[in-house]
Design a protein around this ligand. Structure first.
Ligand code: TPP
Length: 605
C-alpha cells in the first residue's frame, strides 16, 4: 500500500468538516512552485499541515513523505532540491521533532541548498504555561537554535503574517547564497480559517534567477583570458555551476585550456575529457596539483567555494595573484582577496558571454599550445593497481571501479561522510557520461539523460554529517524516480541513519545502498593511524547488513570479492523499483586518500 492509498481513508471526514485553513494556503504556495513532496515526521503541533497535505494529495498536489527521523527528512529535502532545482521542503513537530531536524538544516545551510523548513508550536495562548513540547522563547527555543543555520527564521504570531513571511522565506531561500528558511508556526495559526486559498504572490516569477551580466567585469575577464598564454580552469560544484558547465567546457575547448574540478565539481564533467586533469582538493589527484603548479599564468576558478576541501586546505597553489574568481556567491568571493579579478554574477551568463566575446575576436584569440593527450585512470589514480585488484576481501578502490562500470550514464552517485567520500572522489571513474567526450560536449546523445545541472556525483562538503547520503539519496530518487541512485555509505553511517532505507521501500524507489562494511568508523581509524594518535573508539560490531535489510523485506546481498560483484545481476537490481542493499565486506586496511584532512587538522605537514 502506498502512502497515497492510506490518506483518503484517514482524512475523508476532515475534508467535509473543514473549510480552508492557513495550512492549505501554505500548501497552495508549494503547489504553485511545483513542489511535490514535504519530507517530515508528523506530530500534534503540525497536524493541520498534515491535514492540508492529505487534502492536497487527494487532488494530486503536494504530499508528505514520512521519514524515520527528522534529520533524514531534511537530508531527503536536500537531495530533492539538488536533483530537481526546486526548493526542498521539510517539516517537524515542535520540541524534539525540530531539534532532530537541526543537523539536516545546518547541512543544507553549509551547502547552500534552497530549503523551506516548517515547524510547529503549541497554540499561542499556551506559551509560557509549560505546554507539551513548547519551543518558543519561553520553552526550549527552537527559533533561537535555528537562527545560526538559516537565511530567514521567524515565528509566526498572527495568521495575517503567514503569506508575507512565507514569501520572504521562499525568496531568501532561493537568493544567492541559497539556504534554508524557517517558519515556526503555532498549531492554532495553522488551523485558522482563511477566506482565500489562492496565493496572492506569483512566486514563480519572483523566484526566477536573473541573468543580467555585468559587462564591465566580463570585458575585464575577456582581456585576462586573451592575455593568458597558459590558463587552467577550476570547476566548482552546485547547480549554479552545473548550469554553466556546457559554456565552461566550450571555454576550455576554444582556448585549449586544461581544467580540474573541486571534489564536488567532479560529477559535472566527464572524467575522460582530454583536457581534464583530475580533482583538486580533498581526495584529489596529483595531476591536478601539478597542472596548477606547473606555471599557468591564469587560474580561472568558477563556482569554487574555496573552503578547506576545495582550496587544498587554503593552498597557495590556487590562492595567489594568478587567480580570477567567478561566482554568484559573495561568501565564496570573499575567500579570495588575493585574486587579480573578481567577477560576480550568474556563472552561466558570465561564461556564455565570455565565450561569445572570444568567438567574436578578430584576429581570433591566438590558439594555445596543444595540450597533451587524455589521462586515463592509470595516469590519474593513486595506487591504480588496486583499482584493478582481484583480491579478497574486495578493495574499496576496486569496488569504485565496479560501480563505475556497472551503472548506466543516468545513475546518480551519492557518497557519504567518511571514507566513502574519499574513495568516490578519487576512484569513481564512470565512462560515457552525459557530459560527452571531448569535442562533442554540446551534442547530448539520444540515450543519455536530459541535462542535469547537478551531475552524476554528489558529495557532502563542509558540514559533512554521517548518514547524509542515505537520506539525500532517497530525496534524489523521489525527485527523479526514473534513474537509479547509488548511495555509497559506511557501516557507521548506516548504523546512524540506515533506518531510512524503509522509506525507499515504501516509496518504491530504485536506490542501491552500498555499505562499505569494515566494522569500524574507518575514517577515524585511519585518521588516528596517519596522525600517530591513540587507536581508540573506532571499532564497530560485526553486523550482517544484508540480513538486516532482508528483515525489513528489502533485497540484500553480501559481496566479499570482485567475483561476488560479477555474480550479481546488476541490471536487474537497477531495473527493479525498490531499494537493494549491498553489504560489501571491504578490505578495511586500505588507506583512503585523506591526507589533506590530516594537514588541515594540523596532524601532518
Ligand atoms: C554526525 C557525525 N558524527 C561524527 C562525525 C565524525 N566522523 C567523520 S567520518 C566518521 C567515521 C565514519 O564511519 P563509517 O560511516 O563507518 O564510514 P567509513 O569512514 O568507515 O567509510 C566519523 C565518526 C561526522 N562526520 N558526523
Amino acid at each position: 500500500m502506498t502512502p497515497t492509498d492510506v490518506l483518503p481513508l484517514v482524512d475523508r471526514a476532515v475534508d467535509q468538516a473543514v473549510d480552508a485553513q492557513v495550512a492549505d494556503l501554505i500548501v497552495a504556495y508549494l503547489e504553485q512552485l511545483g513542489i511535490e513532496y514535504v519530507f517530515g515526521v508528523p506530530g500534534g503541533a503540525v497536524e493541520p499541515l498534515y491535514n492540508a497535505l492529505a487534502r492536497s494529495s487527494r487532488r494530486g498536489g503536494p504530499r508528505p513523505v514520512v521519514a524515520r527521523h527528522e534529520s533524514g527528512a531534511a537530508f531527503m529535502a536536500e537531495g530533492y532540491a539538488r536533483e530537481t532545482g526546486k526548493i526542498g521542503v521539510c517539516c517537524a513537530t515542535s520540541g524534539p521533532g525540530t531539534t532532530n531536524l537541526i543537523t539536516g538544516v545546518a547541512c543544507a545551510f553549509d551547502n547552500s541548498i534552497p530549503m523551506l523548513v516548517l515547524t510547529g508550536q503549541p497554540a499561542l495562548p499556551s506559551f509560557g504555561k509549560r505546554a507539551l513540547q513548547e519551543s518558543s522563547c519561553t520553552g526550549v527555543n527552537t527559533v533561537g537554535m535555528l537562527r545560526h543555520c538559516t537565511r530567514y527564521n521567524s515565528l509566526v504570531s498572527h495568521a495575517d503574517q503567514v503569506e508575507n513571511k512565507l514569501a520572504n522565506a521562499l525568496m531568501r531561500a532561493c537568493q544567492a547564497p541559497q539556504g534554508p528558511a524557517h517558519l515556526s508556526i503555532p498549531v492554532d495559526i495553522l488551523r485558522s480559517p482563511i477566506v482565500r486559498v489562492t496565493p496572492a504572490y506569483d512566486l514563480k516569477s519572483l523566484l526566477q534567477t536573473d541573468s543580467l551580466v555585468d559587462d564591465i567585469s566580463v570585458r575585464a575577464l575577456h582581456a585576462e583570458v586573451k592575455r593568458a598564454r597558459n590558463m587552467v580552469i577550476i570547476i566548482g560544484g552546485g547547480r549554479s555551476c552545473g548550469e554553466a558547465v556546457t559554456a565552461i567546457l566550450e571555454l576550455a575547448e576554444i582556448t585549449d585550456s586544461c581544467f580540474v574540478t573541486s571534489p564536488d565539481g567532479k560529477g559535472l564533467i566527464n572524467p575522460l575529457h582530454r583536457l581534464y586533469r583530475g580533482v583538486f582538493g580533498f581526495a584529489g589527484h596529483a595531476c591536478a596539483e601539478s597542472v596548477l603548479r606547473e606555471g599557468p599564468d591564469l587560474i580561472l576558478a568558477i563556482g569554487v567555494s574555496l573552503g578547506e576541501w576545495t582550496s587544498g586546505a587554503w593552498s597557495d597553489t590556487v590562492l595567489n595573484g594568478r587567480l580570477v574568481h567567478i561566482d554568484s556567491s559573495d561568501e565564496h568571493l570573499v575567500r579570495s582577496p588575493m585574486a587579480r579579478l573578481h567577477v560576480r554574477g550568474r556563472m552561466r551568463s558570465v561564461c556564455e558571454r565570455l565565450v561569445e566575446l572570444l568567438r567574436a575576436d578578430t584576429p581570433a584569440t591566438p590558439p594555445r599550445e596543444r595540450k597533451t593527450a587524455l589521462l586515463g585512470p592509470a595516469d590519474m589514480l593513486q595506487e591504480a593497481d588496486k583499482f584493478h585488484s582481484d583480491a579478497t576481501p574486495i578493495k574499496p578502490q576496486r569496488l569504485m571501479r565496479e560501480l563505475s562500470r556497472r551503472c548506466p550514464p543516468t545513475a546518480r552517485f551519492l557518497a557519504d561522510a567518511g571514507n566513502s567520500t574519499a574513495w568516490a572522489i578519487h576512484y569513481l571513474y564512470p565512462h560515457d557520461r552525459r557530459r560527452a567526450r571531448e569535442g562533442d560536449f554540446r551534442a547530448r546523445s539520444a540515450a543519455a539523460a536530459p541535462e542535469s545541472d547537478t551531475g552524476w556525483l554528489r558529495v557532502v562538503m563542509d558540514f559533512a554529517p554521517m548518514g547524509w547520503a542515505i537520506g539525500a539519496a532517497i530525496g534524489v530518487a523521489r525527485g527523479n524516480p526514473d534513474y537509479p541512485v547509488i548511495c555509497i555509505t559506511g557501516d557507521g553511517s548506516y548504523l546512524m541513519n540506515g533506518q531510512e532505507i524503509t522509506v525507499a521501500a515504501v516509496e518504491n524507489l530504485t536506490v542501491v545502498f552500498v555499505v562499505l562494511n569494515d566494522s569500524a568508523l574507518g575514517m577515524v581509524k585511519h585518521g588516528q593511524r596517519l596522525a600517530g594518535a591513540e587507536p581508540i573508539a573506532f571499532a564497530l560490531p560485526a553486523v550482517d547488513y544484508c540480513l538486516l535489510a532482508q528483515s525489513m523485506g528489502i533485497s540484500g546481498h553480501v559481496v566479499r570479492s570482485p567475483a561476488d560483484m560479477d555474480a550479481l545481476d546488476f541490471e536487474a537490481i537497477l531495473a527493479r523499483k525498490g531499494p537493494t542493499l549491498l553489504d560489501v565486506r571491504i578490505d578495511g586496511e586500505e588507506v583512503p586518500p585523506m591526507l589533506l584532512r590530516m594537514k588541515a587538522l594540523g596532524t601532518t605537514k
